[in-house]
Design a protein around this ligand. Structure first.
Ligand code: CMC
Length: 427
C-alpha cells in the first residue's frame, strides 16, 4: 500500500470515498475498492474483470507491452534455457529455486506419487470409448478427491502440500490414460527411473510388447513446452481455480474447475485451431498469398490462427523460445511433411508482411505449440490435456497462495440487475 489516496465524489449526493492506492513490485497500481459501497452506496461494474485486480500474488508477473513474463522474478527465457520443468514446479510452489538437496528431495517425492489407485484406472475404463480426453480429464481430476481424502484439510499446510505433489505427479499418468482409453491401448505404469517428461512420453507411446526408444530432441521440446505453459498469472482457468477454491472446496475439485475452464476454445483450444487452419489451407489448395489476403480482408471473418495476442502487444516472450525449439524439432523429425512446410512458409510470409508488422501481429505461443505437439504425434484432441498437465502446477500454486493469504475470503462478484421490477404473482 502507498500513502496515496484517490477521492471519489458522487456529484448528486456529495458523498465521497477515500480510496487507497496500492502498488506492487512491478506494473500499474490498483485502486482499493474496499470501502466504496460503504462510503458511496455503489459497487463497480467491470464485465470480464479486465480492469480488476482480484488478489495480491507473488507468483507471476506479465508486462504485455514490453513482452515480459517473470516467474517469482525469473525471466521465462532464462528458465526455459537453464531450468527443468520440475525445478520450475518447485519455484512456483515454494517461491525460490531449490538447491541440489531440496531438488532431489522434491523430485523423489513427486516420483513417489506417480502411480494412481487401481480403481482410477477402472474409473477411466468406464468412460465411453469415444469420450473426449478433456471430458475424461475433468471428471478424473475431480474424482481424485474420492480417493485421496487423507489430505483434504485445506487449513493444514501439510495437507495442501501433499495434494499439490499428488496433482503434479499424477497428471501425466492420468493424461496418458485418457489418451490410451480413447485408442483402446493398455495403460502403462509410470517408470520412476525416467525424468518427468520421458516418463510421460513412455506412458503415452510405449506398448508392453516392446521397449520404447526415447528421442532426446522430442523430450527436450516437450520439457520446454511444459515450462512455457506452467503459469500465466490470473487468466480464466487460474481465476476459476481461485474462485472455486475460495468457498473451501478441496484442491482436486478446485483444479477440476480449472480444467473445465481451460477446455473452452477461447482459452486452451487455440493451438488446435492452428492445426485445423493449416489442414484446411492444405486441403483447399489455397496459396500462402491468398490465405494472407483473406486474413487482411475486413469483409472476410477469417483470421490467421496463432497470430496476435490480447496481452502481448510487442511480442510474446514464450513465442521466441518456442519458435527456435519448433525449428530444431522439425529439422530432427519429419519437417518435410507438407503441413510443417506450410507452417514455415506462413510464418516467413507474415513476418515480412507490412500489415502484420504494423499491427504487431507475430506468431504466438499457440502457433508453435500446435506444430510441436503435432510433430510429437500427440493427437489434436489431447492438445488441451497437455496444456492442463503443464498448468496444474500454476493452478495449485495459486490455490495454495490464496489459502495462506490473510485477506482471503470467498469470491462473490456483484451484478447490475436488469430484470423485471418487483411485481405480484397473478391471481
Ligand atoms: N489475423 C489477421 N488479422 C488480425 C489477427 C489475425 N490473427 N489478429 C488481429 N488482427 C488484426 C485485426 O483485424 C485488427 O486490425 P485493424 O486494426 O485493421 O482493425 C488488429 O489486428 C488488432 O486486432 P484486435 O482484434 O484488436 O486484437 P485483439 O488484441 O483484440 O485480439 C487475438 C487478440 C489473440 C484475439 C487476435 O489476435 C486473434 O484472434 N488471433 C487469432 C487467434 C489466436 O491465435 N489466439 C491465441 C492467442 S494466445 C493465447 C494464450 O496466450 O494462450
Amino acid at each position: 500500500m502507498t500513502n496515496k489516496t484517490l477521492t471519489l465524489t458522487d456529484n448528486q449526493t456529495g458523498k465521497t470515498a477515500e480510496l487507497d492506492l496500492l502498488e506492487g513490485t512491478h506494473g500499474p497500481g490498483c485502486i482499493s475498492l474496499k470501502n466504496i459501497y460503504k462510503d458511496t452506496g455503489y459497487f463497480t461494474y467491470d464485465p470480464g474483470y479486465s480492469m480488476t485486480g482480484s488478489c495480491k500474488s507473488g507468483i507471476t508477473f506479465i508486462n504485455g507491452e514490453e513482452g515480459i513474463l517473470l516467474h517469482r522474478g525469473y525471466p521465462i527465457d532464462q528458465l526455459a534455457e537453464k531450468s527443468s520443468y520440475l525445478e520450475v514446479c518447485y519455484l512456483l510452489l515454494y517461491g525460490e529455486l531449490p538447491d541440489k538437496t531440496q531438488f532431489d528431495h522434491f523430485s523423489d517425492t513427486i516420483k513417489m506419487h506417480t502411480m494412481v489407485h487401481e480403481n482410477i484406472r477402472d474409473f477411466i475404463s468406464g468412460f465411453r470409448y469415444d469420450a473426449h480426453p478433456m471430458a475424461m480429464l475433468v471428471g478424473t481430476v475431480g474424482a481424485l478427491s474420492s480417493f485421496y481424502h487423507d489430505s483434504l484439510d485445506i487449513n493444514d499446510p501439510k495437507h495442501r502440500e501433499i495434494s499439490a505433489h499428488r496433482l503434479i505427479a499424477k497428471l501425466p499418468t492420468i493424461a496418458s490414460y485418457c489418451y490410451r482409453h480413447h485408442r483402446g491401448l493398455p495403460f502403462m505404469y509410470p517408470d520412476n527411473n525416467l525424468s518427468y517428461v520421458e516418463n510421460f512420453l513412455q506412458l503415452m507411446f510405449a506398448v508392453p510388447a516392446q521397449s520404447y526408444q526415447q528421442n532426446p530432441v522430442a523430450a527436450k521440446a516437450l520439457e520446454v513446452m511444459l515450462i512455457l505453459h506452467a503459469d500465466h498469472e490470473q487468466n480464466a482457468s487460474t481465476s476459476t481455480v481461485r474462485l472455486a477454491g475460495s468457498s473451501g472446496a478441496n484442491p482436486f475439485a478446485s483444479i477440476a474447475a480449472g480444467v473445465a475452464s481451460l477446455w473452452g476454445p477461447a482459452h486452451g483450444g487455440a493451438n488446435e485451431a492452428v492445426i485445423n487452419m493449416l489442414e484446411a489451407i492444405e486441403q483447399s489448395g489455397e496459396t500462402i498469398e491468398t490465405t494472407i489476403a483473406r486474413a487482411k480482408d475486413k469483409n472476410d471473418p477469417f483470421r490467421l490462427m496463432g497470430f496476435g495476442h490480447r496481452v502481448y502487444k510487442n511480442f510474446d516472450p514464450r513465442a521466441k523460445i518456442i519458435a527456435k525449439l519448433c525449428h530444431e524439432l522439425l529439422d530432427e523429425l519429419d519437417g518435410d511433411q507438407p503441413l510443417f512446410k506450410l507452417a514455415r512458409e506462413l510464418e516467413e510470409a507474415t513476418l515480412a508482411d507490412e500489415y502484420f508488422q504494423e499491427r504487431r501481429l507475430y506468431p504466438n505461443v499457440d502457433f508453435y505449440s500446435g506444430i510441436i505437439l503435432r510433430a510429437l504425434d500427440i493427437p489434436m484432441n489431447m492438445f488441451t490435456v497437455m496444456f492442463a498437465m503443464a498448468r496444474t502446477v500454476g493452478w495449485i500454486s495459486h490455490w495454495s497462495e490464496m489459502h495462506s493469504d490473510p485477506e482471503y475470503r470467498i469470491g462473490r462478484p456483484r451484478q447490475i440487475y436488469t430484470g423485471h421490477a418487483k411485481r405480484d404473482y397473478p391471481g
